[in-house]
Design a protein around this ligand. Sequence first.
Ligand code: GLV
Length: 320
Amino acid sequence: MMKILITYDMLRDAYTELTKRYDVCFPDGRDFTYNEILERIPDYDVLCPMFDFPVDKQVIDHAANLKLIANYAVGYNNIDVAYALERGITVTNTPEPVIAPTANLALGLMIDLARRITECDRKLRTEKTSMKIGVMENLGAQITGRTLGILGMGRIGKALCRRAGACGMNVIYHNRRPLDVEEETKLNVIYVPFNKLLEESDFLSLNAPFTSETYHIIDEKAFSLMKPSAFLINTARGPLIDEYALVNALKNNHICGAGLDVFEFGDYPLPDLLELENVVLTPHIGTQTLDVRLDMIHAVCNNVIGFIENDRSISRVIKP
Ligand code: GLV
C-alpha cells in the first residue's frame, strides 16, 4: 500500500479520499518539524508539504522511496524543484482554488489603502471622539480611472485584472512573456517593459512567483522609479520586495502606501512597518477561508490519487 506523509495538522477529516485508499501519516496536534520529516521520509512514497515547509536537497536525499511531492499551495518556492525533477520525483501544486481568493484579497488591500479603511477604523477606535472628522478630512485616493500595474500575468494576475476592469481601472502588466494579442484584447490590458510598469502604475500589484529572478525585484531602484502617489500591493511572496528598502521608501514618501499579505522575513513584518499609518498588513491570509482550505485539500488529494492511479489529470510542476 502506498505510504503518504503529510507535514501539517489541518482538517484531517477532509482527507478521506486518501485515507480510505492509502496508508496516510499525519502529525498529531501540531505540524511535523523538519527533523521529524527527515527521520520519517525514507519510508514514504508521497510527501504532502505545506507551502512553508522546506523540501530541500537534504529532505530529497533522505527520501529513498519518494515518487511525488504534492504541495499544498500554488507557489512551490519551498521545494527544490530542479533537484526533485532530476531525481525523478514528480511535483504538483494547487493553482485552481487559489486564484479567486488571492485576487479578491489583492483588490481588497487596494481599496482599503486607497480609501484608508483600516486607518480610519483604527483611528476611530483609538482616538475616539478626538479623531478629526469632516468633509475634507481623511481624503483617500481614487481607484476608478487610475492605472493598475500587474507584475506577473498568470492566473491570479488575470483574475485581478478582470476585477480591476469592473472597478473602471486601466490595467498594464509586465510578465516574462507577453500574452498573445487575443488574450490581451479580451482582458483589455497592455504589456509594458518593467521600468514603464514602475513609472506608470498608480497601484502596483505583485502576482509573480518567487524565483531567483523575482527576488527583490522591488528594490531601492524600483522605488525610485515609482510615482510618489503610488501604492504597492503584495499577495505573492515576501522576498519579491526588499522590505528595508520599502520602509525607507514609505518613510521618505517615495511611494504613498503599501498593502502586504506576505513579508520578507517569515511570518511577521519588519517592526517599522507596524508604525506607519499608510500600510495595511495581513498575515498571509490570501487563501484563508474554510471553503478554500477544503478546496486546496481536495486539489492535493486529486493530485496524489491522479498520480498513483493515473485516473485523472494532475497539476504537475514542469520546471523550477
Ligand atoms: C499560498 O500562498 C499559495 O501559494 O497557494
